[in-house]
Design a binder for this molecule. Structure first.
Ligand SMILES: Cc1cc2nc3c(=O)[nH]c(=O)nc-3n(C[C@H](O)[C@H](O)[C@H](O)COP(=O)(O)O)c2cc1C
Length: 321
């Protein structure tokens, strides 16, 4: 039955390192903050560094809760369940630290594991309590294989594309705590750099064509109108990336979360002081107005002025040309 161990060694270590999945739990300090559990376990990317230290290679992903919580308070529990063989549940309680791909010491740590496309950090857990429990309630399951989707996704994006993704998805936690905000922003500081970022994003959207005009509206009221012939192509591709849209003529419902994501994604562009950022300012104003009074947010894209009008907001947009 349940037992506390001094260290992780022998059979316990072998059990941990042959798992196909484990779970990590963290929480922010705020009493009303969102706690988090994330699955991990990509083969060859986790293991014991010594009998009181566990580590895994942390890949870019849809969130960055674990890193945010570790940065704030360090507390973590790692759990392994025996889905085959003898029943067991093992927990490591401890303190986790984040060694990012930009930190000294990363290469040495990462070299202990297989190369993982999209890797953003190695998380090192200094274990202060090792325990196991009977595991009698854990179901028996057969392992059918890896999906391989996550590494493939980030292999396709490449190093820079993965950093673009993290700037959009990983900079803060659900509660707004700083999370993975380590990717350098130098490229964002120049017009040339913004152009390269724009083209990288555009290349990742199937059948992408730049719209000649677009805008965002709250309850049908347009904010900034991007006129035909204007300098708005980065904002257009950022918004389209978030909305999973190809830039064709359309009126699209935008959720408040999507608006926030678009703002986060475009915000680093303020590092470039050679140009104004009217879309970013308008999107922020729109979000403030939404936070105050709610409403319906829509995006309008017009690829070609000859396309049929898709909504009253679309008609309004074209009326401003
Ligand atoms: C079965 C499974 C195994 C996973 N293994 C890993 C892993 O080994 N390393 C990793 O960084 N992410 C892994 N992930 C993805 C993360 O759970 C995902 O990226 C998550 O969004 C990041 O969690 P966070 O918000 O706690 O940072 C795995 C996901 C699943 C479903």
């Amino acid at each position: 039955m349940g037992k506390v161990h001094e260290r992780v060694e022998g059979r316990l270590r072998a059990f941990v390192e042959r798992q196909h999945v484990f779970f990590v739990g963290t929480a922010p300090l705020a009493g009303d903050g969102h706690v988090n559990v994330s699955p991990r376990g990509i083969p060859g990317t986790f293991g014991l560094l010594d009998e009181r230290t566990f580590a895994w290679v942390d890949t870019s992903g849809s969130g960055s809760e674990t890193i945010a919580h570790l940065r704030e308070n360090g507390r973590i529990v790692v759990m392994f369940c025996a889905f085959d063989g003898a029943p067991n549940v093992v927990r490591f309680h401890g303190r986790g630290r984040v060694v990012t791909r930009y930190d000294e010491g990363y290469a040495e740590l990462a070299a202990r594991f297989v190369d993982l496309p999209g890797a953003r950090a190695v998380i090192v857990v200094d274990i202060d309590r090792v325990s196991d429990a009977c595991g009698y309630g854990v179901p028996l399951m057969d392992y059918a294989g890896e999906r391989d989707l996550l590494p493939r996704y980030f292999r396709r994006k490449g190093v820079e594309g993965s950093a673009d993704y993290r700037r959009r998805k990983n900079r803060t936690s659900i509660d707004g705590l700083p999370a993975y905000d380590y990717d350098p922003l130098d490229e964002w500081a120049t017009l040339d750099g913004l152009g390269r970022i724009r083209e990288r994003l555009a290349a990742q959207i199937d059948d992408w064509t730049y719209p000649m005009s677009f805008g965002l509206a709250l309850d049908g009221e347009l904010g900034h109108v991007n006129l035909p012939g204007g300098q708005h192509r980065l904002a257009a591709v950022v918004l389209a990336t978030v909305l999973k849209h190809d830039g064709s003529t359309a009126t699209i419902a935008v959720s408040p979360q999507q608006l926030s994501e678009a703002i986060t994604a475009l915000a680093p562009a303020t590092a470039c002081t050679e140009v104004d950022h009217p879309n970013l300012a308008a999107w922020r104003a729109l979000r403030d107005a939404y936070d105050e009074r709610g409403g319906v947010i829509t995006a309008v894209f017009v690829r070609d002025g000859a396309d049929p009008v898709t909504s009253p907001v679309d008609a309004d947009l074209r009326g401003r040309w």
